[in-house]
Design a protein around this ligand. Sequence first.
Ligand SMILES: O=C(O)c1ccccc1N[C@@H]1O[C@H](COP(=O)(O)O)[C@@H](O)[C@H]1O
Length: 220
Amino acid sequence: MTLEIKICGLSTAVGLDAAITAGADLAGLVVFPPSPRHVDLAAGRALAARARGRIAIVALTVDADDALLGDIVAEIVPDILQLHGRESPARVAAVRARFGRPVMKALPVATAADLAVVPAYAAVADRLLFDAKAPKDATRPGGLGQPFDWHLLERLDPGLAFMLSGGLDAANVAEALRITAAPAVDVSSGVEQAPGDKNPDKIAAFVRAAREAAAALPLP
Ligand SMILES: O=C(O)c1ccccc1N[C@@H]1O[C@H](COP(=O)(O)O)[C@@H](O)[C@H]1O
């Protein structure tokens, strides 16, 4: 099984280089001011220039309007747009059509009922990302280091590529992969020493643990 690994919330050259050196496939840049990982357009452009051709670039937004998305596409030129807010299926389709970039839609999961929307989003997105549903009083809808019940994704076949995220780290990613057989994983808090402060050793350990776990899984 070839696992894709995304390190999200990279906001410094040190963190980005650590993700590349560790062999991650995707680098996530968060453009959302309430996040401790927020990068403004200038910082995002500089990081993207450093990353281009070495790792795929994902720009993460939360309910961004067309003006912001247009700026992000122009400045960061991401390979993928990650929509991590309450964007409807119609909004996902509109963003994809308007900006001509693959769209990954994040879906919050707490119970099986949360998966009822999967077919509607699978019809319009290029990828799905399953993340733990944030508490009502959270200041952001993700990046909280909080896992959900991975058994909810057992036997899930959304019919398109999907990513597992939410509270992953080097110690639990093998179990998460064993249960979900996810083709891709995404981590932010689990490779940090403090919110927004990526730890190169934790990034390397996460990538190593995820690759070893994927190699040990039976072929699909
Ligand atoms: O990282 C953030 O601050 C963030 C802000 C707003 C929306 C999503 C955010 N991060 C994404 O959340 C998931 C899970 O992160 P964690 O590993 O549990 O910290 C992941 O997709 C991040 O990209």
